[in-house]
Design a protein around this ligand. Structure first.
Ligand code: ADP
Ligand code: MG
Length: 731
């Protein structure tokens, strides 16, 4: 019998970097080639149509059929000229990936059987009904009226993948509830726009629109595809369920920012070329901390588009990996003992006249504006830290958060020395002094010095889940496989709600006779005091912080099914409804989906783990044991009893160790199966998920511990699964 592992290792060793070449000499020559963007529109749509479309997008209006027909006709011509034969509504159900169902453009020109023509009407562009009964809906659609429908999001441009025109859409039920990430995201962006404009108008009456910006940093692992194919756990769950540490992994920190391996370099170039064709402004590429771990990041952009681009690039990355003999791992924690992958979400707000609301300004007014947005963000996160955590917590991300790398499972905000100093100053300027400030000069003394202070804003706290980084906040707790929409819906919603409250409070003070600037200053002062518990500049990995955070009443829950509860507290429902983003029904059904997905993930992992140990590991361990037994037996044939016993002592020790470990493994697997059976009988999705977390998951580590010990003693030639050193260092 051949050992697949060795074959795969041998093959991987021989692989060379694939040849890749740029589609054109200059990136700008092919950038956005497959996107129906503004530039393309001018060639395929009339000026009037473009203008009407832009207005509809700006106002968030639905398109009338005539306009839709005109856009569809132009889009069709553009797509046909680029070889598209099919179209699809491209949407974001509550799973890990995007969904699409392709339809061909062909229709009979006349009666059935007559010659076909290419058809694409406004109706098909604007709305479709995918047979979507199998997408998670948390019970919003009972199966017999399982139809949801997709509706075009004109604010994100259509694009062509292979032969298919992809139309970004929202996905909602017949009764209008969101079944996806995009629908509530668009509402959250509208909410933050409105709330932020109202606040900015205190300072600048000309501002009509505020944009939410996102720049994501996508971390990932690449594994040789042959090795991947011999690891059922990687194939079915995206992570290794067993595997002993490699003697060397990331201790020397020699991978981070080191030179990029040639096969990987070719892959990176390839995804950049592909990404540029879709107008994805990929800017940086580098090695990450763990071996075989890498990152890419684009230039930030408007949040909705940036999320679509992230989803698109994730699918491109998956596809392109195959061309280079790799498999892409987007799982948050593919390997125990080394860093997992996150997707830092760099978030900021900016006005239609180009002012970054989280960028320190040059004048006192600008700085008060800046401080206003920083402080309101602080308060929003302080009040809703549990909710923000719930937005990014999944079965996979739970392995990463709190695992002494990247952020802990407690949300806090890092501001850095300079900003901390500024807030401390504002807090300490006593009330009368603050109110006395009627000439702006005094205020400018207090706050006006911020820009200088920021010149050396270099301190970075890698342990913080939410850190201020000079002109934005970096939300680091987001998982690598996540749809950024989930976190962005919550973040933009809580900040919107907070800005609304801020405005109401300030207005009330103004009504009572306070000067606008004084009122703002006073409220900010109060906010700075109140929100102190969320600020943490120290080491987020430390045990002391866990204790301190509990004292500060920050959410310290670590069980995923319970963390999710935060989405449906009375306050959370009130908040999401008040900003018009999600209703109680939607929140409740989305939690059902989250619990269900959690359960299924653990369930699949438990099954794979059981199969792996029973079918792959135990037989091999037994085989090795029997070889040792054979050896011992033969020793007794050749030598006198005493001598044989002496010579065979070591083997006997191993024989016994193998027996003991196999026995423990078998028992634990049986117990795990039993626990699963009990959990499966539970009706409530929440209770079931809790049972999987509390009663099934704990067996994973116990079983793994024994298997990993066996890996250390069993003959390497028999071991069937690629080891960590092979998975992590072959490329
Ligand atoms: P680092 O790894 O040092 O955090 P990167 O350059 O890898 O930085 O990524 C930073 C990301 O933040 C990029 O996507 C960048 O475009 C984005 N970014 C920069 N400024 C802003 C901003 N004002 N708002 C949102 N994102 C921003
Ligand atoms: Mg970063």
């Amino acid at each position: 019998m051949s050992n697949l592992r060795f074959k795969a290792v041998e093959e991987a060793y021989k692989k060379k970097a694939a040849a890749v070449s740029a589609p054109a000499a200059l990136t700008s020559d092919y950038y956005g080639r497959y996107v129906f963007n503004r530039e393309q529109m001018t060639k395929y749509l009339s000026k009037a149509t473009i203008k009407a479309l832009a207005t509809a997008i700006e106002k968030g209006d639905t398109l009338d059929l005539e306009l839709a027909n005109q856009v569809a006709a132009g889009m069709k011509t553009w797509a046909l000229e680029r070889g598209a034969t099919h179209y699809t509504h491209w949407f974001q159900p509550l799973t890990d990936t995007t969904a699409e169902k392709h339809d061909s453009f062909i229709e009979y020109g006349g009666e059935p059987g007559s010659p076909v023509i290419e058809e694409f009407s406004g109706k098909l562009l604007v709305q479709a009904e995918p047979d979507a009964s199998s997408f998670p809906s948390g019970g919003i659609r009972s199966t017999f009226e399982a139809r949801g429908y997709t509706a075009w999001d004109p604010s994100s441009p259509a694009f062509i993948v292979d032969d298919t025109l992809c139309i970004p859409t929202i996905f909602i039920s017949y009764t209008g509830e969101a079944l996806d990430y995009k629908a509530p995201l668009l509402k959250a962006l509208k909410a933050i726009d409105k709330a932020a404009v109202d606040v900015v108008n205190y300072f600048d009456k000309s501002v009509k629109k505020v944009y939410s910006y996102l720049g994501w940093e996508q971390e990932y692992f690449l594994i040789d595809d042959g090795l991947y194919a011999t690891r059922p756990d990687l194939m079915l769950t995206g992570r290794t369920l067993i595997g002993h540490d490699s003697a060397k992994d990331q201790q020397l920190e020699d991978h981070y920012f080191g030179s990029i391996p040639t096969r990987v370099q070719a892959y990176m170039k390839d995804i950049e070329f592909e990404g540029y064709k879709y107008g994805i402004p990929i800017k940086t590429r580098h090695n990450e901390v763990a071996p075989n771990q890498f990152e890419l990041a684009p230039i930030f952009g408007e949040t909705n588009l940036s999320i679509d681009q992230n989803l698109l690039i994730m699918s491109i990355m998956k596809k392109v990996a195959r061309r280079h003999g790799f498999r892409l791992l987007l799982h948050e924690k593919p390997f125990a003992g080394i860093n997992g992958s996150g997707k830092h979400n760099n978030w900021s707000l900016g006005t239609d006249n180009g002012i970054g609301l989280l960028t320190p300004g040059k004048t006192p007014e600008e700085n008060l504006l800046f401080i206003t947005f920083v402080v309101n963000t602080l308060v929003a996160i302080w009040k809703n830290n549990a909710l923000l955590k719930a937005s990014i917590m999944t079965a996979q991300n739970a392995h990463r958060l709190g695992a002494n790398e990247a952020p802990p499972a407690i949300v806090s905000v890092f501001l850095g020395e300079q900003l901390t100093e500024v807030l401390d100053k504002i807090e300490k300027s006593d009330k009368t002094e603050a109110i006395e400030i009627d000439d702006k000069k005094k205020l400018s003394l207090e706050i006006g010095s911020i820009p200088n202070m920021f010149l050396d804003n270099t301190d970075r706290n890698r342990t913080s889940p939410f850190a201020f980084t000079g002109n934005r906040f970096e939300f680091r707790a987001v998982g690598s496989s996540a749809n950024c929409g989930s976190g962005m819906i919550t973040l933009n919603s809580i900040v919107a709600a907070q800005l609304i409250e801020f405005k109401e409070t300030v207005d009330a003070k103004i009504k009572k006779g306070a000067k606008e600037e004084d009122a703002i200053f006073e409220v900010l002062k109060d906010y700075i005091k109140k929100s102190k518990p969320i600020r943490f500049e120290g080491n987020g990995y430390s045990e002391e912080w866990k204790k301190e955070a509990a004292k500060r009443k920050l959410d310290c829950e670590t069980s995923v099914p319970l963390i999710i509860d935060a989405n449906t507290t009375e306050e959370a429902i009130k908040l999401f409804e008040s900003v018009g983003v999600l209703t109680k029904t939607e929140l409740e059904s989305r939690n059902e989906v989250k619990w269900e997905i959690y359960t299924k993930k653990i369930q699949i992992e438990a099954r794979v783990l059981g199969d792996l140990v029973l079918n792959h590991i135990i037989p091999v361990a037994t085989k090795y044991q029997s070889a040792l037994l054979d050896n011992v037996y033969k020793l007794y044939q050749v030598y006198a009893k005493e001598k044989a016993s002496e010579l065979g002592a070591l083997d006997k020790g191993i024989i016994e160790e193998i027996s003991e470990r196999i026995a423990v493994i078998k028992h634990r697997v049986e117990d795990m199966i039993e626990a699963r059976k009990v959990a499966n009988k539970i009706e409530s999705e929440r209770e079931k998920a809790i049972a999987y977390h509390d009663k099934v998951l704990p067996f994973f580590d116990e079983i793994r511990y024994q298997v990993d010990k066996l890996e250390l003693i069993v003959d390497d030639e028999l071991w069937p699964l690629p080891k960590y050193r092979e998975l992590l260092f072959l490329r």
